[in-house]
Design a protein around this ligand. Structure first.
Ligand code: ADP
Ligand code: MG
Length: 625
């Protein structure tokens, strides 16, 4: 609860709305106990008294009734009616929406066409028709407003329900033998409930307005009973001569509706987990960089050099250190492997090179990325476009989500080819065909007109690689390109990468969590743990004799052919949380060789000869040679 309030108070407007609304609600609740005049006592000798006159702080209306008293009683009634209407509409509407969404098929069709019919009428017209049929009166106005709003809830909730009804946890519940009712109550409802609350909090204000509208027309509360709408309606005749009689209820409606909407927005922000991490705030096209200028130059063979890179996520007042002090180099034509557990910062490192970490919340706070004679971190997003996809390209993990489902493979390849410079149509087709051949896709002419869903996972990944090749890049960064594929296809893709490197002299940064893959294609490997590089060196040497205890443990998790019987040991414990890093070595709590010193101060990266480096105070002894 305190967390809820803390999150809520982050938005000052919502907090302000909450204070105003609470004050009005308190007034409404305690109206019967306040020393007010009777709201309905007529005193024609004191008509149209101005505000601040004696005995009537807000003045009196056309029948001499006390406006303050009528205002408070009216507010009480309006809020009560609005809330009741919202609850009824939310309840019935959500029930309809969940039923339609859950059962689907004919039930869905039948129910939703009924809802569509209701929706076809303008709100107020429909409400008027309902009240006309039922007869004027506050209760009937409430019913009318509730009915008018049912379609809104039904449509919203049906959409959300459809989104989750085929998810695996619902299937699992079904397989475990739960009845439909039980599934709806225990699996569906908790997932749609936040949406119901959000929809309700943003529509209560609207319902209060609609009820006031009906009362204004004389169809809601009947004299002498006051609600905000009827007060406005009765004051209409005197709007020129005694404007205060309409201004008083008018301002009250304004304040209530505004406060409710502000609170509604705040509630939505708190309940929607996507908004908490700033995921819905439109990210920029390049990651924000906030660091001092650095001067570095590249030496001879080095193609790409990442120096002391630090990338953080700033979410509220939490700072997540996803990547910290990562330094790597890739030579021309070399293959660098980056290996590490899930969450160790591999993707964030790779995305930082392209400045593709979404920002907000991501910020690069230190380091430089030297490529082609300049620091990529100092380029404007306009200048960076000359590198992305052209000199450096990227292959993503999941080939299905990388490709656009509505365009053919040919169209998407053409787009990638086109992005460099204008290319004529026949030229584009020719190039696309060449690319498909380059990634060894059989029957390429036919495949150009296929949609992504018509291809297998391995083929889709080949298309992803073809797109990365479209502009003859110097280096390809491949982020776990084979993790979503099965082992045979993985072997084919790895071979493809090997061949391409040989044919085109490409450099490759290959991210994976699999030592087997690393040993097949990488010249050099960097081991990452909790956002830091803990060991780096030539693949063969590291595999032969790892220096960091973590690398050694990682290696012993991999089965080896022909090594006889050996226990595969999982590493006990978990990596540290990146928003609460220990001050010493991040691996200390899981390390078998840990000593007191490991917990005390941060461990520096040290060279241990022959292109090897390690971040450990007590590294394993490495074999010579
Ligand atoms: P992996 O090594 O599996 O590729 P990542 O580089 O994707 O790991 O993630 C490194 C860390 O950064 C993880 O702890 C992850 O939770 C965090 N992280 C990644 N993206 C975001 C984001 N957009 N917002 C907050 N944290 C993120
Ligand atoms: Mg990743």
């Amino acid at each position: 609860m305190t967390r809820f309030i803390a999150l809520f108070a982050r938005s000052q407007l919502a907090f302000f709305g909450l204070i105003v609304l609470s004050f009005i609600l308190l007034l409404a609740i305690f109206t019967p106990f306040l020393p007010l005049n009777d709201p309905n006592v007529i005193d024609t000798s004191n008509r149209f008294k101005l505000p601040f006159s004696e005995g009537a702080i807000l003045g009196t209306d056309h029948l001499g009734r006390d406006l303050l008293s009528r205002l408070l009683w009216g507010t009480r009634l309006s809020i009560a009616v609005g809330l009741c209407a919202a609850i009824i509409a939310a309840f019935i509407g959500s029930a309809i929406g969940i039923t339609a969404g859950y059962y689907g098929g004919h039930a869905d069709n039948f129910i939703m066409r009924g809802v569509d019919m209701l929706m076809a009428f303008p709100y107020i017209l429909l409400a008027l028709a309902i009240v006309a049929a039922l007869g004027p009166g506050l209760m009937n106005a409430l019913i009318a407003v509730a009915i008018v709003n049912i379609p809104f809830f039904a449509r919203n909730i049906r959409g959300v329900t459809i989104g989750i009804v085929h998810r695996e946890f619902v299937d699992a519940a079904r397989l475990s033998g739960m009845s439909n009712t039980k599934i709806i109550i225990t699996e569906i409802l908790p997932n749609v409930f936040p949406v119901i609350v959000i929809a309700m909090s943003t529509t209560v204000g609207w319902m209060i307005l609609e009820t006031a509208g009906l009362s204004f027309l004389g169809l809601g509360s009947q004299p002498p009973q006051a609600d905000l709408g009827s007060m406005l309606g009765e004051a209409r005749a005197a709007i020129i001569t005694s404007p205060h009689t309409s201004v008083v209820p008018g301002i009250m409606i304004l304040i209530i509706v505004m406060a409710i909407n502000l609170v509604g927005d705040g509630v939505r922000d708190v309940l929607d987990p996507r908004l908490k991490s700033g995921a819905l705030s439109t990210p920029r096209s390049t990651t924000e960089v906030s660091k001092n200028k650095s001067n570095t130059g590249l030496k001879n063979q080095i193609l790409l050099s990442i120096n002391a890179l630090k990338t953080e996520f700033r979410i509220g007042d939490r700072i997540l250190k996803a990547v910290d002090d990562v330094s790597l180099t890739v030579d021309k034509g070399q293959c660098l492997g980056i290996i590490g557990e899930s969450g160790s910062g591999k993707s964030v490192t790779a995305l930082s090179v392209m400045r593709l970490v979404s920002s907000p919340p991501g910020v690069i706070t230190n380091g430089s990325i030297d490529f082609n004679g300049g620091d990529l971190l100092e380029l404007s997003s306009e200048d960076l476009r000359a590198f992305r996809g052209k000199k450096i390209s990227y292959v993503f993990q999941d080939p299905l989500s990388t490709l656009h489902p509505l365009y053919t493979v040919g169209q998407q390849l053409s787009e990638a080819i086109q992005s460099n410079s204008y290319v004529g149509k026949s030229e584009k087709n020719k190039k696309a065909l060449e690319l498909l051949k380059a990634v060894r896709i059989s029957n390429p002419e036919k495949r150009l007109n296929s949609y992504p869903h018509e291809l297998s996972g391995g083929m889709r990944q080949r298309i992803g690689i073809a797109m990365a090749l479209a502009n003859d890049p110097d280096i390809i960064i491949a982020d776990e390109p084979t993790t979503a594929l099965d082992v045979t296809v993985q072997a084919q893709i790895l071979k493809l990468f090997q061949d391409l490197r040989r044919e085109k002299g490409l450099a490759l940064v290959f991210i994976t969590h699999d030592f087997g893959v690393i040993s097949q294609i990488c010249d050099k490997v960097a081991v990452m743990y909790a956002g830091k590089v803990v060991e780096i060196g030539p693949t063969a040497k590291i595999l032969d004799s790892p220096a960091h205890p973590y690398t050694a443990r990682l290696k012993s998790c991999v089965p080896e052919l022909g090594q006889g019987k050996r226990n595969l040991l999982a590493i006990p414990g978990f990596p540290p949380m990146i928003d609460n890093m220990p001050s010493g070595c991040a691996f200390a709590s899981r390390c078998q060789k840990v000593k007191q010193n490991c917990y005390l101060t941060a461990v520096d990266f040290t060279n241990i000869g022959q292109e090897r480096g390690v971040r450990c105070l007590f590294p394993e002894e490495i074999k010579a040679g």
